[in-house]
Design a protein around this ligand. Sequence first.
Ligand SMILES: [Zn+2]
Length: 304
Amino acid sequence: MSVRAAAPHRGSEFRISLFQTAAGVKFLEELRGFSSHAAEIQAKQFTWPRVRSVLQRSAICSAASGATFYASATAMQGLFGGLFRVSASTPVLAPVCGGVAFIISALSADLAARTCIKIFFTHAKPQPERRKRKRRKQPETTSQQPVKVNPIVPVAVSFGMFLLLGGRLRSFLPSNVLKPGAFHRRLGSISGSSQYASKAGKELTQEHGAAFGCHTCGIVRSQFWADHMPPKAVVAARAKGWARKFFESRRVNYRMYPQCRPCSSIQSATILRKSRKLIYHYNVLRRYHLTGLSVGLMQSLFPQ
Ligand SMILES: [Zn+2]
């Protein structure tokens, strides 16, 4: 090769001769091009148009994913309550259906964020000419294959955010008016007996209602009653059975939860009719609904 012929012994002559070859000249061109491209990228990192673009993308993706998460959660409530009659107090099925509703809502929000990026921002990333030439030479492998979406990451991250925001899986389901509702919390209740709440108990119930809302429908701004759970009328009806009469009188541990007046009226009517009534909470917004925003924010900042 001409390299060895031009500089067989001395190192400096060897290097000069190496870069005079065709491969050496090409390497230098590539190096210069890479350096200028890296400098260009570095210069763009903290410019205002770039920051503004990131903010716009984050805002649009978060809004889309947040709205989608809320809409999906609402639809799941109607689906499981309306079609399958599953409520927040249904044993076994409540956490299972709540989990399914959460996963569907999180994936829907993630899909909305991805779609926004694809529609509004994909065209805003022109590739440098040098890279385009390089890609043509590569075999058709990754660029031609469809992008595989890993659903575990967005679901896991959003579930962590959901828990941090105080979310509970049963909140995706409607409330059975005869049972502790979708918004009940033991922390927001007081122990009681078959008697009405005392004055201190009523005041505490009012405070619990302001903090956690009506345990059935979730409304926060209201006058709250101390609602017995289980309802006294239901316990009285059970106690009429000859076998249970003795045991029920000893077994019942009442808790009193805050309940708004409309829900209390519906509960009374349901007990009179001896029927089952589900209360839907479509228009209630809670902190855990912000989970959808976090999904879009994550997808816009760290797209997969
Ligand atoms: Zn209510």
